[in-house]
Design a protein around this ligand. Structure first.
Ligand SMILES: Cc1cc2nc3c(=O)[nH]c(=O)nc-3n(C[C@H](O)[C@H](O)[C@H](O)COP(=O)(O)OP(=O)(O)OC[C@H]3O[C@@H](n4cnc5c(N)ncnc54)[C@H](O)[C@@H]3O)c2cc1C
Length: 436
C-alpha cells in the first residue's frame, strides 16, 4: 500500500509495511533495517510535509496496532496502543465523563502521532501540550531492549520522545491522563474583530476566562481591513448530555485535476465568512465536533488542492514581538499574489512541555495553508522565515516541507540531544533535510 503526507508535498509516496501486533514490531524493524537501512513509523499521515515520511520511502504502518490495553474510568487514565485515534478515545471516554486534555484540529490523529509531534490545541494557554498529559509510554528500539519511559523512569528518553518526531523508537502504547467534563457540549462565543490590535485586546480580556480560544484571520484583507477576523472562545457546558458527536461527513472522492483553491475562491470565501458574522458577541451551545473539528466534516479535503498539493506554514512568535511580526507576515502574504484559505491565530501559554523539541512557546502562533505554487518555497516562505527569525520565533516541523536546516537547528538547539538518542534505524525525509 502507498501512503502520503497530508499536504501531498513533497510528492514522495511511501511503501507502507503493515504491523498488526506489538510483538511483531521488533522483527519488522530489523527486517526493514536490513533491506532499506532506514524506516519510520507512520500514524495516520496527518502531518502536512515530510516529517512523517521515511528517508528510505518505506514506513512501518502502525494503524492496525489499535487496541485499548486498560482504562481506569474512576481516575480517567487510559493505556492504549499507538495506532488508536483520538476519535476512538473520545467515543469511549465521553459517555463516562472524560475528554481529551488536549486535542489538535482533527480527531483522526493517532496517539503516537500526537506524542511524536507533541501536538497542541485551543487550550494551550491553560493545559500546555499533549505531552503534558502523557504519564507513560513504551518504546521498541532496534539497538537495545524495550523501554518503558515516564517523567521519572528513563526520563531522558521520555523527554526526547515527546515531540521527538518519531525518531527515538517505535512507540507501542501510550498512557494518558484524561480531563473530566460534565457535558460534551461547548458554550461558544464568536466575536468579529477589525484589526490585529483588536484581536490582542479581546484575547487579553477573554483568554483567561476560557478553556478554549482561537481566531480566524482574513489574510487577503488589505488597507484598513488588514488583520480582520473572527475570535472564538469556549468552555465545556456545566451540565447537559455526555454524547458522542459523529459529525456529518462528506468526502472528496478523488484528487481534483486542478486546485479549487485560488485567488477568486479564497477572496469569496474569506469575505463571506467574515460578513456572515454580525458585529457584537454571539454565544451558543454547540456539540464539540463542529467546535474542535470543523475540517473533519469533509473527509480527504486535502484533495481539493489538486495534483500539486499544498503546504502549511505555521510559526510561533514570542509575546514581545508577536503583534508587529504577525502584522508584517499578514502584509507580506496579502501582497504576495497567493493567499491562505485557512489562517488560524492563537495565543500560546507558558505551561512548559516535558518534550525536548516541542514547538509552542509563550507567544502567538499563526497557521496558513497555501496551494502549492511554483514560487512559494523560493519566494514567499523565505520572506516569512526572515520575519520569524528576526522576531525570535520558530516554525512547526509537523507542518513543514521547506524550512532551511540552519533555521531548524537555531530554532531547536536541543536537536543534537535528540540526534544522540535517535534510533539509528529511524530517519525521516525531514530529519535528513534539516540536519547536517
Ligand atoms: C486538519 C488538521 C488540523 C491539525 N491541527 C493541529 C493542531 O491544532 N495542533 C497541532 O499540533 N497539530 C495539528 N495538526 C497536525 C497533526 O496533529 C500532527 O501532524 C499529528 O502528529 C499527526 O498525527 P498522525 O497520527 O497522523 O501521525 P503521522 O502524521 O503519520 O506521523 C507524525 C509523527 O508521528 C510519528 N509516529 C507515528 N506513529 C508512531 C509510532 N507508533 N511510534 C513512533 N512514532 C510514531 C511519525 O514517525 C511522525 O514523526 C493538524 C493536522 C490536520 C490535517
Amino acid at each position: 500500500m502507498v501512503v502520503e503526507s497530508w499536504g501531498r508535498f513533497p510528492h514522495a509516496p511511501q511503501c507502507a509495511h503493515p504491523v498488526h501486533w506489538r510483538a511483531d514490531i521488533a522483527a519488522h524493524l530489523s527486517q526493514l533495517a536490513r533491506k532499506q537501512k532506514h524506516t519510520l513509523a507512520f500514524g495516520n499521515g496527518l502531518s502536512y510535509g515530510d516529517s512523517c515520511l521515511a528517508s528510505s520511502g518505506h514506513v512501518l504502518d502502525m494503524r492496525q496496532v489499535d487496541r485499548f490495553l486498560s482504562a481506569d474510568w474512576d481516575e480517567g487514565v487510559i493505556r492504549a496502543e499507538a495506532g488508536v485515534t483520538l476519535e476512538v478515545v473520545l467515543a469511549l471516554a465521553i459517555p463516562r465523563g472524560w475528554f481529551l486534555p488536549v486535542t489538535p484540529g482533527t480527531r483522526y490523529v493517532t496517539l503516537a502521532g500526537a506524542v511524536a509531534n507533541d501536538v497542541h490545541g485551543k487550550n494551550h494557554h491553560v493545559r500546555g501540550t499533549f505531552g503534558n498529559h502523557v504519564r507513560r509510554l513504551h518504546l521498541v528500539r532496534s539497538d537495545g531492549p524495550d523501554q518503558e519511559c515516564s517523567p521519572r523512569e528513563n526520563a531522558d528518553m521520555f523527554a526526547a520522545t515527546i515531540g521527538g518526531l518519531g525518531l527515538t523508537g517505535i512507540i507501542t502504547w501510550v498512557e494518558l491522563q484524561l480531563m473530566p467534563i460534565r457535558s460534551s457540549r461547548i458554550v461558544g462565543t464568536s466575536i468579529r474583530f477589525g484589526s490585529l490590535d483588536e484581536f490582542f485586546t479581546l484575547s487579553n480580556e477573554l483568554d483567561p476566562l476560557h478553556e478554549y480560544t482561537v481566531a480566524w484571520i482574513d489574510c487577503l484583507a488589505r488597507g484598513s481591513d488588514a488583520g480582520r477576523g473572527v475570535y472564538m472562545v469556549g468552555n465545556h457546558a456545566l451540565d447537559g448530555c455526555l454524547e458522542i458527536d459523529p459529525g456529518r461527513q462528506l468526502s472528496v472522492p478523488f484528487v481534483l485535476p486542478f486546485s479549487a483553491v485560488n485567488q477568486l475562491s479564497l477572496r469569496l470565501f474569506n469575505t463571506i465568512y467574515y460578513r456572515a458574522r454580525k458585529s457584537g458577541r454571539h454565544s451558543q451551545v454547540i456539540p464539540y465536533a463542529p467546535f474542535f473539528y470543523p475540517l473533519d466534516k469533509i473527509l480527504h479535503w486535502n484533495r481539493l488542492y489538486g495534483p500539486r498539493g499544498f503546504q502549511q506554514y505555521q510559526c510561533v512568535i514570542p509575546e514581545c514581538h508577536a503583534e508587529a511580526a504577525m502584522l508584517e507576515i499578514l502584509r507580506t502574504v496579502a501582497t504576495s499574489g497567493t493567499g491562505s484559505f485557512l489562517a488560524v491565530l492563537k495565543r500560546c501559554g507558558d505551561v512548559c512541555s516535558p518534550g525536548l523539541l516541542s514547538f509552542p512557546l509563550p507567544g502567538t502562533t499563526l497557521a496558513l495553508d497555501f496551494p502549492r505554487g511554483r514560487d512559494t518555497n523560493n519566494s514567499l516562505f523565505p520572506r516569512l522565515d526572515a520575519i520569524v527569525r528576526a522576531a525570535g520565533g520558530r516554525l512547526y516541523p509537523a507542518k513543514d516541507a521547506a524550512m532551511r536546516g540552519e533555521d531548524f537547528r537555531a530554532f531547536y538547539p536541543n536537536w543534537e540531544q535528540l540526534e544522540s538518542l535517535r534510533d539509528p534505524v529511524l530517519c525521516s525525509r525531514f530529519w535528513k533535510r534539516v540536519t547536517p
